[in-house]
Design a protein around this ligand. Structure first.
Ligand code: PRP
Ligand code: URA
Length: 206
């Protein structure tokens, strides 16, 4: 599977503070923004550019600008919302779709409660969710996106478990996954170890 592990000293610094159980929601939101910005830059490293001739104050020169190609970012609610703003900040024309999934606390199975998506055909789609644990949520969301016509979907996560990566590869082989950390395993309640706890709760103080 094309698994890309973000390798940057700043990413390591941010992850360590996200993992720290004493870090408060306001700081978690800032750190999630910063890390998602690094991930967004990494995950869009191959998007197309085209030549543009411009005039500097001194002479004419050739540069490159982003080619017109619609991008779509889709957060898995609710924790994925904490990763959207970096995409909309650096790509102002990006469309935003939403997939609402919530894991059952007993079974860890994700239940769908909302879905609103823009057109996905011929677009780079970035599915964002901070935690890839069992992979159940990501697999469901990827299935929805493919049913709606997406052919190029990249999954962007903050912390991933090997079990989740394997589950995505099993159901959606070849999916590109960008993650800032690949952790050890899941515990009996399907939380990531060492992980950072429940991301949604830590992001929103619930
Ligand atoms: C968390 C997380 C992922 C999911 C990952 O969301 O944001 O969506 O769990 O677990 P999985 O890989 O085992 O499916 P949660 O269901 O807790 O909902 P929330 O974002 O509303 O807190
Ligand atoms: N969802 C989270 O928020 N954290 C985990 O460790 C697993 C799923």
């Amino acid at each position: 599977m094309p698994l890309h592990l973000l390798d940057h000293p700043l990413a390591a610094h941010i992850i360590t503070h996200l993992r720290d159980k004493t870090t408060k929601p306001a700081t978690i939101r800032t750190l999630a923004y910063q890390l998602s910005l690094l991930l967004a830059i990494e995950a869009t490293g191959d998007i197309a550019t085209e030549e543009k001739v411009i005039e500097t104050p001194l002479e004419s020169t050739r540069g490159r600008v982003l080619a017109h190609q619609p991008l779509v970012v889709v957060p898995i609610l609710r924790a994925g919302l904490g990763m959207v703003q970096p995409f909309t900040d650096i790509f102002p024309d990006v469309s935003v779709g939403y997939i609402g999934l919530e894991r059952d606390h007993e079974t860890a199975r994700a239940r769908s409660y909302y879905c609103k998506l823009p057109p996905l055909q011929d677009r780079h789609v970035f599915l964002v969710d901070p935690m890839l644990a069992t992979g159940g949520s990501a697999v469901q969301a990827l299935t929805v996106l493919r049913e709606q016509g997406a052919t190029d979907v990249r999954l962007v996560c903050i912390v991933s478990a090997p079990e989740g990566v394997a589950e995505v590869e099993k159901h959606h082989p070849g999916t590109v996954v960008h993650t800032a950390a690949l952790d050890r395993t899941l515990n009996a309640k399907k939380y990531i170890l060492p992980g950072l706890g429940d991301f949604g709760d830590r992001l929103y103080g619930t």
